[in-house]
Design a binder for this molecule. Structure first.
Ligand code: GAL
Length: 548
């Protein structure tokens, strides 16, 4: 603003007498004057445009200019920009070429489970159209692509007894296509689609799952590891255990409150550790890749400054994120606050031991340090206040003794469960950094949806605002707070099956027409804005001459 005022002042001062003096001067002086005048006009226009762009970052709903002001700056040259998808949400071909059914096939084929009974039978048809996906990523200048392998496409019954070579080849073709386009594959082994045959054995509640998962991971490392350098064992175990086994709104749709969720999470952690050790012992030295896990949580902001609410907010983060991050990144065991809360509630329920399982000393040693990086997913924030919950009947949420609210003034989005809160992103990253020994972080998901049945909404200003403001908060976390963030991944490349919420919740940079058999992918405006962010590696100062 100050610079703009100075420029205005200078322009006004160029009055007639000065101009006449210059006109009478030599030819060279005239040229020099015209050149200088041109520069002044250009810089002025640039400043105005920069201010207009700045406006786009500011959510007027948030009234804290110091916290929410925009920061110019760029990331290091090896920073990786990407997009994410997941197999069940985009592949389709649910029963083709020897693929076995997963719990999501069973779930969506059960009437009443999903929005308008929508299924992933065809979805974006990426099983047949993966080349289209690669082409649009290449066009945006993507550096990495986070996708997941459908376990039951490779092992139809979940075990290594039967290998489906057509499925194995599909991922080879996808990976080869990506590498040819200069895009690094970032592969998630488990993005929620457990083979149905394993669910029939009890699913994650059965500790034998750790062995089956390890066999599957071992197979994938061996098969694809010469080409894949970034592996993620699990996506958001907090979500798939909670909504799959506690509330039942996701596959496999169980409502075993306050029990199965803890046992399943325990087995998932053991499965993760086993797979990481397999990578570490058998593949790391030759393949030279990294193996991590993706965890998520909304940012829990204490509703007031009271000690009770601050403790409740920390508890919210520990139950959501620390539940998995603490064993892996701190000491092989759950956070004390979780152990304490679940034990107290269990005793109050007349039990003699906690519903939260315990790790043996050996298991703790096996778990500790089993992640080369932390994949972090962030979407939104909530206010948290302390609230004592009754012990009976048991429940995962009741163990936590808090309540959450959001702020009516925060902007809304097309997904009912989230409001964009960019400042929460920076706080979330700082909290992770402080609590889990400053891990190397990849943002593995961040994004926003519009709600639309079929109608394309190409002018997605809300996504442009969401994306740029969140990337800007990440820039602050990187530059001002010194957090070791190595990459950012937007969710999602294109509209896809948003699990139980179906196709109307559209998170894509590309619109997908699900009525058209060819499933065309058409860019929304945000796709070109993200491409600019990637090209400029952030938001260079306007004076650098690079427009973001
Ligand atoms: C995440 C999930 C993704 C996607 C996204 C948007 O929790 O990992 O698969 O659905 O949410 O809601």
């Amino acid at each position: 603003m100050a610079l703009r005022r100075v420029l205005c002042f200078c322009i006004k001062r160029l009055h007639w007498t000065t101009t006449r003096a210059i006109w009478r001067s030599s030819f060279c002086s005239k040229i020099a004057f015209c050149f200088l005048l041109g520069l002044v006009v250009l810089s002025y226009r640039e400043l105005i445009r920069a201010e207009q762009r700045y406006e786009k970052f500011v959510y007027r709903e948030f009234q804290d200019p110091e916290r929410d002001s925009f920061l110019y700056g760029t990331f290091p040259s090896n920073f990786s920009w990407g997009v994410a998808t997941a197999a069940y949400q985009i592949e389709g071909a649910w029963n083709e070429d020897g693929k076995g059914p997963s719990i999501w096939d069973t779930f969506t084929h059960t009437p009443g489970r999903t929005y308008n009974n929508q299924t992933g039978d065809v979805t974006c048809d990426s099983y047949h159209r993966y080349e289209d996906d690669i082409a649009i990523m290449k066009e945006m200048g993507m550096k990495h692509y986070r996708f997941s392998i459908a376990w039951s496409r490779v092992f139809p019954d979940g075990t290594r007894n039967r290998i489906n070579m057509a499925g194995v080849d599909y991922y080879h073709k996808l990976i080869d296509g990506l590498l040819a386009a200069g895009i690094q594959p970032m592969v998630t082994l488990y993005h929620w689609d457990l083979p149905q045959a394993l669910q029939d054995m009890g699913g994650w509640d059965n500790d034998i799952m750790a062995v089956h998962f390890d066999n599957y991971a071992d197979f994938c490392f061996n098969e694809y590891g010469s080409k894949v350098k970034l592996w993620i064992t699990f996506n958001e175990p907090y979500v798939f255990t909670k909504v799959g086994l506690e509330t039942g709104v996701h596959a496999p749709g169980l409502k075993h409150q306050g029990t199965t969720v803890y046992r399943a999470a325990h087995n998932v952690l053991k499965a993760h550790a086993k797979a990481w050790h397999t990578y570490n012992d058998r593949y790391r030295s030759t393949q030279k890749g990294k193996c991590g896990i993706t965890l998520n949580c909304s940012w829990g902001q204490a509703a007031t400054d009271s000690e009770e609410d601050k403790a409740a907010a920390d508890r919210y983060m520990q139950f959501g994120f620390g539940w998995f991050a603490h064993p892996i990144f701190v000491n092989g065991d759950y956070p004390e606050v979780i152990k304490d809360k679940v034990m107290k509630k269990s005793l109050a329920q007349g039990l003699t031991t906690s519903r939260l399982p315990e790790f043996t000393e050996e298991e703790k040693q096996l778990l500790k340090g089993t992640s080369d990086f932390l994949g972090a997913n962030y979407y939104t924030a909530v206010y948290v206040s302390a609230k004592e919950r009754q012990a009976m009947p048991p429940g995962f949420f009741k163990d936590q003794d808090f309540m959450t609210t959001d702020d009516e003034n925060w902007p809304t989005s097309g997904a009912g469960w989230m409001r964009p809160v960019p400042w929460g992103f920076r706080k979330f990253l700082n909290w992770i950094n402080e609590n889990f020994n400053k891990p190397v972080i990849y943002i593995t998901e961040n994004g926003v949806a519009e709600h639309s049945e079929d109608e394309p909404m190409f002018e997605d200003t809300w996504r442009i605002q969401y994306l740029t403001s969140h990337v800007n908060e990440m820039l602050k976390a990187y530059t001002l707070d010194g957090i070791d963030i190595r990459g950012y991944t937007y969710w999602s490349l294109m509209d896809n099956l948003e699990w139980a919420e179906g196709y109307a919740s559209r998170f894509g940079l590309y619109y997908v027409d699900f009525k058209n058999p060819k499933r065309p992918r058409l860019p929304k405006e945000s796709a070109s804005v993200y491409a600019k962010v990637i090209r400029n590696n952030g938001f260079p100062e306007p004076a650098s001459g690079m427009l973001w």
